[in-house]
Design a protein around this ligand. Sequence first.
Ligand code: SAM
Length: 310
Amino acid sequence: MNRLTHVDLATMTGLPEAFARAHIPGEALGTMEWRRLTPSERDGAILGAIRENERDDLASAGPEGIARWEKGWAEVAARVANDGASEDTLRPQYFRYEFMRLLGDYARPEARDLEYRIHKMLSELVFRTHLAGLESIVEFACGTGINLMRIGKIFPTIKLTGCDWAKPSQDILGRIATQHGINLAGKLVNLWTGEGADPAALRHGRTGILTVHGLEQIGAGWGPFLKIVEAMKPAIVVHIEPIVEMYDPNSLLDALAICYHKKRKYVDGFLTEIRAREAAGQAEIVATKRFNFGSSFQEAYTLVVWRPKA
Ligand SMILES: C[S@@+](CC[C@H](N)C(=O)[O-])C[C@H]1O[C@@H](n2cnc3c(N)ncnc32)[C@H](O)[C@@H]1O
């Protein structure tokens, strides 16, 4: 049996171990147990991934997906209306896999919600590193607003805006703001079209832009998003997303993740575009980091940090 350590968090994020120790309490790691799979479990995980990729009913990202998101977030909005906005009630429903990908191979969580809890720790370290010193942050495809609630607690004076195309998301954000005294407002924005986004109104002083598992949802249709970003002239843009360009097609687990990524029509070509912009002097890439961490099927946790150049 293994237990997640500050050294693991530092290895995954590329940040100093002391930084991880300063911000992630040792007690929080105490129950984060996991183990490597036996050879037959590993075969089972690989077979499971192949079968998942063959499924006909696997939901893929696309403009027709809005009803699914509205339904999911309406469930969360009802939970929040009853029980208040908390880490528990805002938690999205989709963290539920039997295996994880951890430190370069499959792992079996031996503690409840391990993937979700690791995600939370890694995000906290990323937010503290890349979103410090801003006056406002806009998260696109913000969902239940759980990232914004956490950011509001880390940086209490910052102005936060959550954009999503699903209406129940806006109700949830309103409740987070009132209940937690966070300066947070919602805006209905459709990233397929850019509809609803007024870049000048979204920007407040030194502004950061964030996406977490949100850009993934717009496949190759990130053009309108990039236009909004350019017009907002942000100080920094931070993504925690599945980034297909970062996989190694010659690795078995990565090859399976690439199939899964394509099957679900996740974000395609975005990093390639940002790299091209950097080469043309139009953007600066501050960091790209694969956390070597994910669910049974993919790694939804690759960090890309960049800024457009004027
Ligand atoms: C996987 S969830 C991530 C939510 C949130 N960022 C988080 O980390 O919990 C994907 C989000 O993208 C939103 N989304 C999908 N397509 C979108 C679009 N075209 N425009 C705006 N939001 C979209 C969904 O409504 C959902 O809230």
